[in-house]
Design a protein around this ligand. Structure first.
Ligand SMILES: Cc1ncc(COP(=O)(O)O)c(C=O)c1O
Length: 424
């Protein structure tokens, strides 16, 4: 049986999760190097997915590979404090403005899950406010109103998955991203019950409007609500200190993952010591004790990969380069849409980019929802066919330090061809 048939035999939809290519486009990857991926038939792709943004230095970066190989020889998992993870913790506290203490996790989902649990335990309150269209991992809160279809009045949530808890649904309040007034109103109404506001500071690919993050920070402080930044995407990507450094707004707790691990499984919850200390095991049995455990968290191989990745990211000029290539790509798309007379919006910041086919500026989920999503999918599939590896859901394009000017040019050239076909 060929590899694609085999993958459809064993994996629902022939997919590992939320990367749903039609069968005729599906493939099986063999390896990756730099900005490229190769499938088992030898076809080369330029990778704009980057393992959902994890591989920020590019695939198989020599410094990361060397560090991992060295650590693997010394043991892969101890579930106990070890040299590499202690060194990593020190680096994170130095880098991340809100970080006084840290607990490691194995994924972004785990990190945000714990951030929410810490918030509920610390405040003794049951509710969580999240923004419509934001993703905070696969747990029940993380997927409330992730891709809502009914567009219910705020703050009513719509679960994006079956099998979620009705109780959790009742605890979640949904607000429109970038709409400070409506969010403040919801907070005024439910303030005493809200444990935390959890948010992607840059939501998906939509930047915060001026004053939005500052306004949320002020309001949450006023009401004794914890502010949680989900920096799983923005961490070490917009700036070395994440979105909190980039936008200058400091949360109480932040969750990290993806780029921090350089392609190896990792997650971290960091923040104020008085909050994080609630999980100290000697508190077991006390009212605010937080249970925290994760078998593979803090494993020395991921920590070694992370240390090597962060060392590369600390080099002079890294973030100018990441922002530079992102800007080049976004400007390229803006020019292209204008040249072809297509109504579209180009979103993103730093090494992130998304193209939406709509006349109206996109500042929140509802504006993105009203864009022509069918055209976006056709466009993404057209690119895929031409050797551009990306998520056909048409979410974001990720750029790494390994992407070259030629990679950007190729993407724009293929885009011109496909857009002409689609809109011609
Ligand atoms: C903003 C954000 N938070 C959390 C997660 C979950 O991270 P993971 O897939 O590592 O569990 C993701 C994943 O895409 C994400 O984009």
């Amino acid at each position: 049986m060929n590899p694609v048939d085999l993958s459809f035999l064993f994996f629902p939809g022939g997919s590992l999760g939320e990367f749903n290519l039609p069968r005729e486009f599906s493939t099986v990857l063999s390896h990756g190097k730099g900005s490229k991926l190769y499938d088992v038939s030898g076809k080369e792709f330029i990778d704009y997915s980057l393992s959902w943004g994890s591989v920020i230095l590019g695939h198989a970066h020599p410094a990361v590979t060397k560090a991992v190989k060295k650590q693997v020889e010394r043991g892969s998992s101890f579930s106990y404090v070890n040299e590499p993870v202690l060194e990593l913790a020190q680096e994170l506290v130095k880098a991340i403005p809100c970080a006084e203490k840290i607990r490691f996790a194995a994924s972004g989902t785990e990190a945000t899950f714990y951030a929410i649990r810490f918030s509920k335990a610390y405040t003794g309150r049951p509710r969580v406010l999240k923004f419509e269209g934001a993703y905070h991992g696969a747990h029940d809160v993380g997927i409330m109103s992730l891709f809502p279809q009914k567009l219910l009045p705020f703050p009513a949530p719509e679960p994006t998955s079956a099998g979620t808890s009705k109780r959790i649904q009742e605890e979640v309040l949904i607000a429109p991203y970038n709409d400070l007034k409506t969010t403040q109103k919801i907070i005024d109404q439910y303030g005493e019950e809200i444990a935390c506001v959890i948010m992607e500071p840059l939501q998906r690919c939509t930047p915060p409007v001026k004053g939005f993050l500052e306004g949320i920070r002020k309001k949450t402080k006023e009401k004794g609500i914890l502010l949680v930044f989900d920096e799983v995407v923005t961490g070490f990507r917009l700036a070395y200190g994440g979105a909190q450094e980039y936008y200058g707004v400091i949360p109480d707790i932040a969750a990290f993952g993806k780029a921090m691990g350089g392609g190896y499984p990792i997650g971290a919850i960091c923040g104020r010591a008085d909050i994080l200390d609630l999980c100290t095991e000697s508190n077991l049995g006390k009212e605010r004790y937080v249970w925290f455990a994760s078998t593979l968290a803090g494993n020395p191989v991921s920590a070694a990969a992370s240390l090597a990745t962060l060392k590369e990211l600390r080099k002079q000029g890294t973030y100018q380069r990441l922002h530079g290539i992102g800007e080049r790509l976004r400007n390229g798309f803006i020019t292209l849409l204008k040249e072809l007379g297509i109504s579209g919006q180009v979103l993103g910041d730093g090494p992130l980019c998304q193209v939406l086919f709509t006349e109206k500026p996109v500042v929140d989920y509802r504006a993105a929802f009203r864009a022509d999503r069918e055209k976006a999918r056709q466009f993404a599939l057209g690119l895929f066919k031409n050797g551009i590896f990306l998520n056909p859901m048409g979410t974001k394009l990720y750029l790494s330090l390994a992407h070259s000017s030629q990679d950007i040019k190729k993407l724009l050239d293929v885009s011109r061809k496909e857009l002409k076909k689609l809109f011609g």
